[in-house]
Design a binder for this molecule. Structure first.
Ligand SMILES: Nc1nc2c(c(=O)[nH]1)N[C@@H](CN(C=O)c1ccc(C(=O)N[C@@H](CCC(=O)O)C(=O)O)cc1)CN2
Length: 296
């Protein structure tokens, strides 16, 4: 079997197209322009690239982008003051604090200072609780992107056996909640799971978000399963820096029914879903109907 490649780059372009169409209508019919504020603390090179990309794509879909760059030694109080200002700025519908934060900052405290209605990352404890209880919430971008690709590929996910490898608050746990919401039978596995290959072998859907380069091997995958690789790991191979996922792509693609590549799979969907969430937050703030197909 040769797996179908789920092209996240192309899918993300389609999502951005839907967002741009909706934004144009919002402007024309209501005179409203959604605004996204992105806060970067420090000079982490990967974070700088992601933040630049977020700003560029925000403008490309017709939204306003507000970038705030703070030095790595910024006191936490200053960041909290900025978040308070953005919470009270009616031109800002979405707020995102790029992670990771410098070590002297308390990530939970900072995230929970964001107005939950503007929390386009879906990391605020209120949104976590709403998602966990099946209520309307802001949904974390990476899991939302995975869900969109799975729904597009399968249609209904009802009754499928899904294994999520990884239990992080930003990917593993919300991913499991979303799959449960679509009536999958969900197992959350992790680095300490006993007989992990056997657990993965039972799954119709495998979401790998464990942060270990190429850990999931082809012989762990059930024939025809769908494999979503969330990992973004930079490793050195043959003297070159390369990007690999949490799945050993070649061996998995030989047995899977469908698979996301790295790069070009889940990554681009993360930013597309951030734009979708900002649009959703703007519609909710203005009491307008939410865009269809862009939320969970
Ligand atoms: N506040 C947040 N911080 C972080 C998040 C997040 O969702 N919210 N996620 C990651 C980083 N991230 C977005 O912020 C992100 C990661 C990767 C990609 C992406 O498109 N990756 C490309 C490869 C890019 C490369 O060469 O490095 C791909 O997979 O094709 C987009 C966004 C951590 N922080």
């Amino acid at each position: 079997m040769v797996a179908e490649i789920i092209d996240g780059k192309a899918f993300a372009a389609t999502v951005r197209g839907h967002v741009a169409d909706h934004v144009a209508r919002l402007k024309e019919e209501h005179g409203i322009t959604p605004g996204l504020a992105v806060v970067l603390v420090g000079e982490d090179p990967a974070s700088q690239v992601y933040v630049r990309s977020k700003g560029k794509q925000t403008v490309e879909v017709g939204m306003n982008s507000y970038e705030h760059k703070l030095s790595a030694d910024t006191p936490q109080k200053d960041l909290l003051d900025l978040i308070d200002k953005l919470n009270n700025d009616s031109a800002v519908h979405g707020i995102l604090v790029q992670l990771p934060l410098p070590r002297h900052m308390n990530e939970d405290l900072v995230i929970n200072a964001i107005d939950p209605a503007k929390d386009v990352d879906g990391f605020h404890i209120s949104n976590v609780g709403l998602l966990g209880t099946g209520q309307k919430s802001m949904v974390p971008c990476t899991p939302l992107g995975c869900l969109m690709m799975l729904r597009d590929h399968h249609g209904s996910l009802s009754g499928k056996d899904a294994v999520v490898i990884g239990r992080s608050n930003i990917v593993g746990k919300p991913m499991a909640q979303l799959l449960l919401g679509d009536s999958c039978t969900v197992t959350i596995a992790h680095s300490r799971t006993k007989d992990l290959p056997d657990v993965v072998r039972r799954a119709d859907i495998v979401v790998a978000a464990v942060g270990r380069p190429e850990m999931v091997q082809g012989d762990w995958i059930k024939e025809g399963a769908t494999v979503i690789d969330v990992g973004i790991n930079r490793i050195e191979r043959d003297g070159k820096n390369v990007l690999v996922g949490d799945v050993h792509y070649e061996s998995a693609a030989a047995v899977a029914g469908a698979i996301t590549p790295v790069p070009g799979g889940v990554g681009p969907m993360t930013i597309a879903c951030l734009l979708a969430n900002t649009l959703t937050a703007c519609c909710r703030a203005n009491g307008l109907p939410e865009p269809e197909g862009l939320t969970a």
